[in-house]
Design a protein around this ligand. Structure first.
Ligand code: NDP
Length: 488
């Protein structure tokens, strides 16, 4: 561990504040020499002992704990009520068997999960991820992040996450439906519009939400807003599909405003080519930027001419209807170059192109320390995270030290869950807002989240540090609610 607190101003508790490294010296090894540093070290030892083999969960907790040192010092009441220790422990973990039959009539068995992490400020809310890499630790990290993110949206939503190691890639629609029905057959007894409201995430889009909603309705015999990301004809909100991608760009726009900058003419690297990436590109185009890359797990494309709206429409058809691979982009658009993923490399070549802004929109830890250093070397001044925790801890430190505009996922990608919250509100009223109404609410929420991060960063002595800002602002509302509700 390198140090405590993602600070770049004189930080009263840290013996060697990070600005030392800004002046060219490298980090000193971490030493436990204040009570608060000791608190984080002991907390992390405990987290690692109790949750072995969950590195992503440890990473997410450690980042938050380091930021919260700034709060715990001023508010010993949170420490004595063990608020952070309670937030780290899920309120409930549900793990279940998901059997289904493939197109050949063979039985397949997957594992399903729902992590009901924290309900202090509202019903559990968070996506479902279907991807072969899904395991308990990954979902716990996502559920933990979700608690803070949902709090930042200003809407009354607790945090949860779920999913399965099922891989929808290469499956027929019928197989996906059978899997979704089996998954929901167990999940339905644990969720409800006032209890837990799942949504989509990696591998779970409109098709999967539709199959799961159908099965829920059949089992529960009621039509309620139990899932978000629903189709327009059956309770979905306008702008929900666009919300995470748009929100990430709105957040970046707010950050850029603080330095008098706009997107006009900016070259932008985008990773992923799913829901978040597609709508991030759409909004970048609207704001006059030039997106130049996209990726999937097979590799990335770099298009020096820019991905214009016609090319984006082609990608949306490729990914959402034909369910093809991003490599096909380079066959279709001859000036683009496709680079396949090379697992033997120690970095991702996608992040080694010259550009002004970067939007990681694929998956966790897709920017490591070498990638972060390449991005900075190539002139990046804005990073806004569409994905959850796409940057490793060492990468984050480099962004903070370089003082670029760095928007961490739990703030920058909160637009998706925010519009999910708006979908829940519309469902309870049995009413639909127009596209413009939802979009302007989304923009307002992203501006408010940005403001909350800036205020908290300032108030706790690390101005301009959106990591501390997001962690602290997200924590305070949940912590105060937990204090009000007693030891539960
Ligand atoms: P999609 O499934 O629509 O797209 C995911 C994209 O990321 C695909 O291009 C996929 O490629 C790529 N990808 C996934 N895993 C890997 C991997 N291990 N290595 C390389 N590429 C990978 O998901 P979303 O766009 O919805 O989600 C993207 C990110 O945004 C995730 O981190 C998610 O948690 C986060 N997020 C999503 C929200 C939403 O509303 N959807 C809300 C907030 C955050 P391939 O098809 O080859 O797997």
């Amino acid at each position: 561990m390198d140090g405590i607190g993602y600070g770049w101003v004189d930080y009263p508790l840290a013996p060697r504040p990070f600005h030392d490294s800004l002046q060219g010296t490298s980090y000193s090894p971490f030493e436990v020499d204040t009570p608060m540093q000791d608190y984080v070290v002991r907390l992390m030892e405990d987290v690692k002992a109790k949750n072995p083999a969950e590195p992503e969960f440890h990473q997410a907790v450690e980042e938050v704990a380091e930021s919260l040192v700034l709060v715990m010092e001023k508010h010993p009441e949170y420490r004595s009520a063990k608020i952070l220790e309670r937030i780290i422990e899920p309120e409930r973990v549900i793990m279940f068997r998901v059997p289904w039959k493939d197109d050949h009539g063979d039985v397949q068995v997957n594992r399903g999960f729902r992590i009901e992490m924290n309900s202090a400020i509202g019903p559990y809310k968070g996506g479902l991820r279907f991807h072969p890499s899904v395991n308990l630790g990954i979902l716990k990290f996502l559920a933990f992040e979700q608690v803070f993110k949902n709090s930042l949206t200003t809407l009354p939503m607790g945090g949860g996450k779920g999913g399965s190691d099922f891989d929808p890639k290469g499956k027929s629609d019928d197989e996906v439906m059978k899997f979704c029905q089996s998954f929901m057959t167990e999940l339905h007894r644990h969720i409800g519009p006032n209890t837990d409201v799942p949504a989509g995430d990696i591998g779970v889009g409109g098709r999967e939400i539709g199959y799961m909603f159908g099965q829920y309705k059949r089992l529960a015999n009621e039509f309620t807003g139990v899932l978000t990301g629903k189709g327009r004809n059956w309770g979905g909100s306008l702008i929900r599909p666009e919300a995470t991608g748009y929100g990430t760009i709105y957040f970046a726009k707010e950050m850029m405003k603080t330095r008098g900058e706009t997107f006009e003419g900016k070259h932008c690297l985008v990773s992923g080519s799913g829901n978040v990436a597609q709508f991030a590109v759409e909004k970048l185009l609207e704001l006059g930027a030039k997106p130049v890359s996209l990726s999937d797990s097979g590799g990335h494309i770099y298009d020096k001419d820019g991905i214009d709206s016609d090319k984006l429409a082609w990608v949306m058809d490729l990914k959402n209807n034909r369910r093809g691979r991003i490599s096909e982009y380079a066959d279709e658009f001859k000036n683009a170059v496709y680079t396949p993923t090379d697992a033997t490399l120690d970095h991702n070549p996608l992040w080694d192109h010259k550009a002004d802004c970067a939007f990681p929109c694929a998956t966790q830890n897709e920017i490591n320390a070498i990638d972060a250093s390449n991005l900075l070397k190539n002139g990046i001044t804005v990073v806004s995270e569409g994905a959850n925790m796409p940057t490793t801890a060492d990468g984050v430190r480099q962004f903070l030290e370089a003082r670029i505009l760095y928007g961490p996922g739990k703030a920058a990608n909160a637009g998706g869950v925010a519009v999910s919250g708006l979908e829940m509100a519309q469902n309870s009223m049995r009413y639909s807002w127009t596209r413009d109404e939802v979009d302007s609410r989304l923009q307002m929420i992203m501006a408010d989240i940005h403001g909350a991060c800036v205020d908290a960063g300032d108030r706790f002595g690390t101005p301009g540090n959106y990591v501390n800002g997001a962690n602290i602002a997200g924590f305070l509302k949940v912590a105060d609610s937990m204090m009000d509700q007693g030891c539960v």
